[in-house]
Write a protein that binds this ligand. Structure first.
Ligand SMILES: C[S@@+](CC[C@H](N)C(=O)[O-])C[C@H]1O[C@@H](n2cnc3c(N)ncnc32)[C@H](O)[C@@H]1O
Length: 282
């Protein structure tokens, strides 16, 4: 049985307008997820356009199987990080990134991405085959590392006090689950928890460092005139993409970032903070 994604793809029409897929050309979906954007690019580039899709989370492979069955040779999937895209040895006509996490990861990965899933281990890694989990980070890091994450990545007003509190409480109860962390934070308000989870996720996946390297790799892997489209979900990511697009290698396709329509936000509230930036490689 083929598995069906729970993820509702964001800004699909706008990504297609930015990439302008054409039959015979080759595209890279750097963040495959549930494959919604890949599908849209394959459909827009029929009959002969190709898509190579990457995802650092190998559990997304089950969504790739359905597309492989439907599109055959036109579609190729690799469970690798986009940082490694140059290893493919392909020059692309268009590359897209859709950052953040998918609904499948949030709702069904068992890795603690949602603060509502209190019994899950607080892992938060996209690729759980190596590296430190968020729980390990909270149990093992020195005070200044905890402060850095709560201040710079979670942008929590009380970063200093929270880091001290975690240091204190972890001597008695080391964090293992989502519940343990929420108990130590001592606040169940989603407006407080969402940025804290985001901050820990950014840290354990090195999301900002990875994004800079991924964008540099994309610039190398695009043909001259090739198009780059990037969807971000918070200002830390958006700032990196904005600066990157102004590095002299790109001509902006849209002067201002594109946001979802009111209608899209209504039907998919997770699209609320999305911003699309697109440029053409000079
Ligand atoms: C928002 S989802 C993509 C959703 C997809 N566009 C769709 O329409 O279904 C983001 C995906 O990027 C993946 N990801 C995060 N960091 C990555 C990296 N460095 N390389 C490749 N994929 C990555 C995540 O595992 C996640 O599946």
């Amino acid at each position: 049985m083929l598995k069906v994604t729970k993820h509702q793809s964001i800004l699909v029409k706008e990504v297609i307008e930015a990439l302008k897929p054409v039959s015979g050309e080759t595209y890279l979906d750097a963040t495959f997820g549930g494959g919604g954007h890949t599908r849209a690019i394959l459909e827009a580039s029929a009959p002969d356009g190709k898509v190579v899709a990457l995802d650092r989370d190998s559990s997304t492979e089950e969504f790739a199987a359905g597309l492989k069955e439907e599109f055959g040779e036109r579609f190729d999937y690799r469970a690798i990080s986009y940082i490694e895209m140059s290893k493919l040895g392909v020059k692309f006509d268009g590359i897209m990134f859709d950052l953040g996490l998918s609904a499948d990861q949030l709702e069904a990965s068992g890795r603690g991405f949602s603060f509502q899933k209190k019994d899950e281990p607080l892992d938060l890694r996209f690729d759980d085959s190596h590296g430190q989990t968020a729980a390990e980070f909270l149990r093992q890091s020195p005070l200044n590392e905890l402060e850095r994450v709560f201040r710079d990545y979670a942008e929590d007003r009380y970063w200093k006090a929270l880091a001290r509190k975690i240091m204190e409480l972890r001597r008695i109860t080391p964090v293992r689950t989502v519940r343990d962390f929420i108990t130590q934070v001592g606040n169940e308000n989603p407006k407080v928890l969402a940025p804290l989870f985001q901050g820990l996720r950014i840290e354990v996946n090195d999301e900002l460092g990875g994004l800079k390297r991924g964008l540099a790799a994309a610039s190398e892997s695009l043909k001259p005139g090739g198009r780059l489209a990037v969807i971000t979900f918070h200002s830390l990511e958006d700032r990196i993409v904005k600066e990157f697009m102004r590095n002299g290698e790109f001509e902006l396709i849209n002067k201002k970032p594109i946001s979802p329509s009111e209608e899209e936000v209504r039907s998919n509230p997770r699209s609320r903070s999305a911003k699309l930036r697109a440029g053409r490689r000079i």
